[in-house]
Design a protein around this ligand. Sequence first.
Ligand code: NAD
Length: 256
Amino acid sequence: MSTFLAGKKGLVIGIANEHSIAWGCAKAFHEAGAEVAVTYLNEKAAPYVCPLAEQINAPIILPLDVRDDAQAEALFDAIKTKWGKLDFLLHAIAFAPQKDLQGRVVDASRAGFLEAMDISCYSFIHLSHLAEPLMKDGGCLLTTTYYGGEKVIEHYGLMGPVKSALEGAVKYLAAELGAKNIRVNALSPGPIATRAAGGIAHFDELLALARQKTPGHENISIDGVGAYARFLVSDDARLVTGSIAYIDAGYNIIAG
Ligand code: NAD
Protein backbone atom coordinates (compact mmCIF):
# COMPACT_ATOMS: atom_id res chain seq x y z
CA MET A 1 0.00 0.00 0.00
CA SER A 2 1.19 3.52 -0.77
CA THR A 3 -0.30 6.87 0.17
CA PHE A 4 -0.10 8.35 -3.35
CA LEU A 5 -3.90 8.83 -3.49
CA ALA A 6 -4.55 9.07 0.26
CA GLY A 7 -7.72 11.01 1.06
CA LYS A 8 -9.04 10.72 -2.52
CA LYS A 9 -12.53 9.40 -3.21
CA GLY A 10 -13.16 7.75 -6.54
CA LEU A 11 -15.98 6.05 -8.43
CA VAL A 12 -15.23 3.07 -10.70
CA ILE A 13 -17.81 2.03 -13.29
CA GLY A 14 -17.19 -1.02 -15.47
CA ILE A 15 -16.08 -3.97 -13.36
CA ALA A 16 -17.58 -7.17 -14.78
CA ASN A 17 -15.01 -9.62 -13.40
CA GLU A 18 -11.33 -9.94 -12.44
CA HIS A 19 -10.28 -9.50 -16.10
CA SER A 20 -11.93 -6.08 -16.48
CA ILE A 21 -9.81 -3.01 -17.16
CA ALA A 22 -11.90 -1.26 -14.47
CA TRP A 23 -10.77 -3.90 -11.95
CA GLY A 24 -7.09 -3.32 -12.79
CA CYS A 25 -7.68 0.38 -12.16
CA ALA A 26 -9.78 -0.08 -9.00
CA LYS A 27 -7.01 -2.22 -7.47
CA ALA A 28 -4.39 0.40 -8.33
CA PHE A 29 -6.49 3.22 -6.83
CA HIS A 30 -7.09 1.22 -3.65
CA GLU A 31 -3.44 0.19 -3.30
CA ALA A 32 -2.51 3.89 -3.58
CA GLY A 33 -4.76 4.73 -0.61
CA ALA A 34 -7.93 6.01 -2.36
CA GLU A 35 -11.42 5.03 -1.24
CA VAL A 36 -13.26 3.52 -4.18
CA ALA A 37 -17.00 3.21 -4.84
CA VAL A 38 -17.95 0.43 -7.24
CA THR A 39 -20.99 -0.26 -9.42
CA TYR A 40 -22.28 -3.46 -10.99
CA LEU A 41 -24.50 -3.69 -14.06
CA ASN A 42 -27.39 -5.75 -12.62
CA GLU A 43 -28.32 -8.60 -10.28
CA LYS A 44 -26.74 -11.13 -12.68
CA ALA A 45 -23.40 -9.31 -12.47
CA ALA A 46 -23.51 -8.76 -8.69
CA PRO A 47 -22.05 -12.18 -7.63
CA TYR A 48 -18.96 -11.50 -9.78
CA VAL A 49 -18.49 -7.84 -8.92
CA CYS A 50 -19.41 -7.62 -5.21
CA PRO A 51 -16.65 -9.97 -3.93
CA LEU A 52 -14.09 -7.89 -5.85
CA ALA A 53 -15.53 -4.66 -4.45
CA GLU A 54 -15.28 -6.16 -0.95
CA GLN A 55 -11.62 -7.08 -1.57
CA ILE A 56 -10.84 -3.37 -1.91
CA ASN A 57 -13.17 -2.40 0.96
CA ALA A 58 -15.47 -0.38 -1.29
CA PRO A 59 -17.73 1.66 1.05
CA ILE A 60 -20.36 2.08 -1.71
CA ILE A 61 -21.42 -0.84 -3.93
CA LEU A 62 -24.49 -0.04 -6.02
CA PRO A 63 -26.17 -1.17 -9.24
CA LEU A 64 -25.82 1.01 -12.32
CA ASP A 65 -27.15 0.40 -15.77
CA VAL A 66 -26.28 3.71 -17.44
CA ARG A 67 -29.56 3.65 -19.40
CA ASP A 68 -31.38 4.14 -16.10
CA ASP A 69 -31.17 7.82 -15.06
CA ALA A 70 -32.83 7.18 -11.69
CA GLN A 71 -30.13 4.62 -10.81
CA ALA A 72 -27.40 7.09 -11.77
CA GLU A 73 -28.96 9.80 -9.63
CA ALA A 74 -29.31 7.41 -6.67
CA LEU A 75 -25.62 6.53 -7.02
CA PHE A 76 -24.51 10.16 -6.90
CA ASP A 77 -26.88 10.84 -3.99
CA ALA A 78 -25.21 7.97 -2.09
CA ILE A 79 -21.77 9.43 -2.85
CA LYS A 80 -22.88 12.88 -1.70
CA THR A 81 -24.26 11.47 1.54
CA LYS A 82 -21.21 9.29 2.26
CA TRP A 83 -18.36 11.53 1.11
CA GLY A 84 -19.83 14.95 0.29
CA LYS A 85 -17.43 15.10 -2.65
CA LEU A 86 -15.84 13.10 -5.45
CA ASP A 87 -12.24 13.39 -6.64
CA PHE A 88 -12.25 11.09 -9.64
CA LEU A 89 -14.46 8.92 -11.79
CA LEU A 90 -13.43 6.07 -14.08
CA HIS A 91 -15.86 5.15 -16.88
CA ALA A 92 -14.75 1.84 -18.42
CA ILE A 93 -17.83 0.52 -20.17
CA ALA A 94 -18.90 -0.14 -23.73
CA PHE A 95 -21.66 -2.02 -25.51
CA ALA A 96 -22.96 -2.57 -29.03
CA PRO A 97 -25.48 -5.20 -30.13
CA GLN A 98 -23.60 -8.19 -31.53
CA LYS A 99 -25.21 -8.03 -34.96
CA ASP A 100 -24.23 -4.40 -35.46
CA LEU A 101 -20.79 -4.85 -33.91
CA GLN A 102 -19.85 -7.75 -36.14
CA GLY A 103 -21.31 -6.35 -39.36
CA ARG A 104 -20.07 -3.52 -41.58
CA VAL A 105 -20.54 0.03 -40.26
CA VAL A 106 -22.41 0.86 -43.46
CA ASP A 107 -25.06 -1.74 -42.55
CA ALA A 108 -25.51 -0.66 -38.90
CA SER A 109 -29.11 -0.35 -37.72
CA ARG A 110 -30.30 2.94 -36.27
CA ALA A 111 -31.32 1.20 -33.06
CA GLY A 112 -27.94 -0.55 -32.71
CA PHE A 113 -26.00 2.64 -33.40
CA LEU A 114 -28.05 4.65 -30.91
CA GLU A 115 -27.76 1.99 -28.21
CA ALA A 116 -23.98 1.75 -28.68
CA MET A 117 -23.65 5.55 -28.57
CA ASP A 118 -25.92 5.85 -25.56
CA ILE A 119 -24.14 3.26 -23.42
CA SER A 120 -20.57 3.80 -24.62
CA CYS A 121 -20.45 7.57 -25.18
CA TYR A 122 -23.43 9.58 -23.90
CA SER A 123 -23.15 7.85 -20.51
CA PHE A 124 -19.75 9.50 -20.00
CA ILE A 125 -21.27 12.91 -20.66
CA HIS A 126 -24.19 12.22 -18.30
CA LEU A 127 -21.97 10.83 -15.52
CA SER A 128 -19.66 13.85 -15.88
CA HIS A 129 -22.71 16.11 -15.51
CA LEU A 130 -23.67 14.33 -12.28
CA ALA A 131 -20.08 14.35 -10.97
CA GLU A 132 -19.42 18.06 -11.63
CA PRO A 133 -21.21 19.44 -8.53
CA LEU A 134 -19.37 16.94 -6.31
CA MET A 135 -15.94 17.90 -7.69
CA LYS A 136 -15.82 21.07 -5.63
CA ASP A 137 -12.04 20.95 -5.23
CA GLY A 138 -11.50 19.94 -8.85
CA GLY A 139 -11.18 16.37 -10.01
CA CYS A 140 -10.53 13.96 -12.82
CA LEU A 141 -12.99 12.30 -15.18
CA LEU A 142 -11.43 9.37 -16.99
CA THR A 143 -12.88 7.19 -19.73
CA THR A 144 -11.55 4.35 -21.90
CA THR A 145 -11.16 4.47 -25.64
CA TYR A 146 -9.34 2.45 -28.28
CA TYR A 147 -7.13 3.25 -31.27
CA GLY A 148 -9.95 1.99 -33.51
CA GLY A 149 -11.66 5.35 -32.84
CA GLU A 150 -8.76 7.11 -34.51
CA LYS A 151 -7.72 4.71 -37.31
CA VAL A 152 -9.72 2.01 -39.03
CA ILE A 153 -9.00 -1.33 -37.34
CA GLU A 154 -10.37 -4.42 -39.03
CA HIS A 155 -13.29 -6.02 -37.12
CA TYR A 156 -13.65 -3.06 -34.71
CA GLY A 157 -16.66 -1.99 -36.76
CA LEU A 158 -19.35 0.16 -35.20
CA MET A 159 -17.35 0.69 -32.04
CA GLY A 160 -14.87 2.76 -34.13
CA PRO A 161 -17.20 5.74 -34.75
CA VAL A 162 -18.54 5.40 -31.21
CA LYS A 163 -15.04 5.75 -29.75
CA SER A 164 -14.36 8.71 -32.10
CA ALA A 165 -17.39 10.43 -30.60
CA LEU A 166 -16.22 9.58 -27.08
CA GLU A 167 -12.80 11.08 -27.79
CA GLY A 168 -14.49 14.22 -29.12
CA ALA A 169 -16.58 14.42 -25.96
CA VAL A 170 -13.42 14.17 -23.83
CA LYS A 171 -11.99 17.26 -25.52
CA TYR A 172 -15.17 19.33 -25.22
CA LEU A 173 -15.75 18.34 -21.59
CA ALA A 174 -12.10 19.14 -20.78
CA ALA A 175 -12.49 22.61 -22.31
CA GLU A 176 -15.78 23.28 -20.51
CA LEU A 177 -14.74 22.01 -17.09
CA GLY A 178 -11.14 23.25 -17.03
CA ALA A 179 -12.05 26.48 -15.22
CA LYS A 180 -13.36 24.35 -12.34
CA ASN A 181 -10.06 22.45 -12.22
CA ILE A 182 -11.82 19.30 -13.45
CA ARG A 183 -9.59 17.39 -15.85
CA VAL A 184 -11.01 15.03 -18.47
CA ASN A 185 -8.94 12.33 -20.17
CA ALA A 186 -9.27 9.01 -21.96
CA LEU A 187 -7.07 5.99 -21.46
CA SER A 188 -6.39 4.25 -24.77
CA PRO A 189 -5.18 0.74 -23.96
CA GLY A 190 -3.94 -1.77 -26.49
CA PRO A 191 -5.98 -4.98 -26.83
CA ILE A 192 -6.61 -7.01 -23.65
CA ALA A 193 -8.62 -10.25 -23.47
CA THR A 194 -11.67 -9.17 -21.47
CA ARG A 195 -15.32 -10.12 -21.75
CA ALA A 196 -16.20 -7.07 -23.88
CA ALA A 197 -13.25 -7.82 -26.16
CA GLY A 198 -14.75 -11.29 -26.73
CA GLY A 199 -17.55 -9.60 -28.69
CA ILE A 200 -15.11 -8.40 -31.35
CA ALA A 201 -14.60 -10.91 -34.16
CA HIS A 202 -11.06 -12.35 -34.53
CA PHE A 203 -9.91 -10.63 -31.34
CA ASP A 204 -7.10 -13.19 -30.91
CA GLU A 205 -5.64 -11.93 -34.22
CA LEU A 206 -5.71 -8.38 -32.89
CA LEU A 207 -3.79 -9.51 -29.80
CA ALA A 208 -1.22 -11.35 -31.91
CA LEU A 209 -0.79 -8.37 -34.24
CA ALA A 210 -0.28 -6.02 -31.30
CA ARG A 211 2.41 -8.32 -29.91
CA GLN A 212 4.10 -8.46 -33.28
CA LYS A 213 3.97 -4.70 -33.97
CA THR A 214 4.78 -3.13 -30.61
CA PRO A 215 8.43 -2.19 -30.14
CA GLY A 216 8.85 -4.51 -27.15
CA HIS A 217 6.59 -7.24 -28.60
CA GLU A 218 4.29 -7.28 -25.66
CA ASN A 219 0.61 -7.16 -24.82
CA ILE A 220 -1.05 -4.93 -22.27
CA SER A 221 -2.18 -6.00 -18.80
CA ILE A 222 -4.97 -4.55 -16.69
CA ASP A 223 -2.37 -3.83 -13.99
CA GLY A 224 -0.37 -1.79 -16.50
CA VAL A 225 -3.47 0.23 -17.33
CA GLY A 226 -4.18 0.62 -13.60
CA ALA A 227 -0.72 2.10 -13.01
CA TYR A 228 -1.31 4.77 -15.68
CA ALA A 229 -4.86 5.48 -14.46
CA ARG A 230 -3.53 5.94 -10.91
CA PHE A 231 -1.16 8.63 -12.20
CA LEU A 232 -3.85 10.34 -14.29
CA VAL A 233 -6.27 10.72 -11.38
CA SER A 234 -3.53 12.01 -9.08
CA ASP A 235 -2.55 15.64 -8.48
CA ASP A 236 0.76 14.89 -10.24
CA ALA A 237 -1.21 14.88 -13.51
CA ARG A 238 -2.71 18.33 -12.85
CA LEU A 239 -1.50 19.64 -16.22
CA VAL A 240 -2.90 16.70 -18.18
CA THR A 241 -6.36 17.26 -19.60
CA GLY A 242 -8.19 16.62 -22.85
CA SER A 243 -5.71 13.93 -23.74
CA ILE A 244 -6.00 10.50 -25.28
CA ALA A 245 -3.49 8.67 -23.11
CA TYR A 246 -2.10 5.67 -24.97
CA ILE A 247 -1.18 2.69 -22.85
CA ASP A 248 -0.52 0.41 -25.78
CA ALA A 249 3.20 -0.47 -25.57
CA GLY A 250 3.82 1.93 -28.49
CA TYR A 251 1.42 0.34 -31.01
CA ASN A 252 0.16 3.75 -32.18
CA ILE A 253 3.59 4.93 -33.41
CA ILE A 254 4.07 2.04 -35.84
CA ALA A 255 2.77 2.55 -39.40
CA GLY A 256 1.02 -0.16 -41.38
P1 NAD B 1 -15.39 -5.71 -19.63
O1 NAD B 1 -16.34 -6.63 -20.32
O2 NAD B 1 -14.63 -6.26 -18.49
O3 NAD B 1 -16.10 -4.37 -19.18
C1 NAD B 1 -17.16 -3.79 -19.91
C2 NAD B 1 -18.11 -3.26 -18.88
O4 NAD B 1 -19.18 -2.53 -19.51
C3 NAD B 1 -18.77 -4.36 -18.05
O5 NAD B 1 -18.51 -4.16 -16.69
C4 NAD B 1 -20.25 -4.19 -18.33
O6 NAD B 1 -21.08 -4.47 -17.23
C5 NAD B 1 -20.29 -2.70 -18.65
N1 NAD B 1 -21.55 -2.30 -19.30
C6 NAD B 1 -22.07 -2.72 -20.48
N2 NAD B 1 -23.29 -2.17 -20.66
C7 NAD B 1 -23.53 -1.37 -19.57
C8 NAD B 1 -24.61 -0.54 -19.17
N3 NAD B 1 -25.74 -0.44 -19.89
N4 NAD B 1 -24.51 0.12 -17.99
C9 NAD B 1 -23.41 0.02 -17.22
N5 NAD B 1 -22.36 -0.77 -17.55
C10 NAD B 1 -22.41 -1.44 -18.71
O7 NAD B 1 -14.39 -5.21 -20.81
P2 NAD B 1 -13.19 -4.15 -20.81
O8 NAD B 1 -12.36 -4.53 -21.97
O9 NAD B 1 -12.59 -4.02 -19.46
O10 NAD B 1 -13.95 -2.81 -21.22
C11 NAD B 1 -13.82 -1.61 -20.51
C12 NAD B 1 -13.62 -0.43 -21.46
O11 NAD B 1 -12.32 -0.52 -22.05
C13 NAD B 1 -14.60 -0.36 -22.66
O12 NAD B 1 -14.93 0.99 -22.90
C14 NAD B 1 -13.75 -0.88 -23.80
O13 NAD B 1 -14.19 -0.41 -25.06
C15 NAD B 1 -12.41 -0.28 -23.42
N6 NAD B 1 -11.24 -0.87 -24.09
C16 NAD B 1 -11.04 -2.20 -24.07
C17 NAD B 1 -9.93 -2.73 -24.70
C18 NAD B 1 -9.69 -4.21 -24.71
O14 NAD B 1 -8.93 -4.66 -25.57
N7 NAD B 1 -10.24 -4.97 -23.79
C19 NAD B 1 -9.03 -1.89 -25.36
C20 NAD B 1 -9.27 -0.52 -25.37
C21 NAD B 1 -10.39 -0.01 -24.72
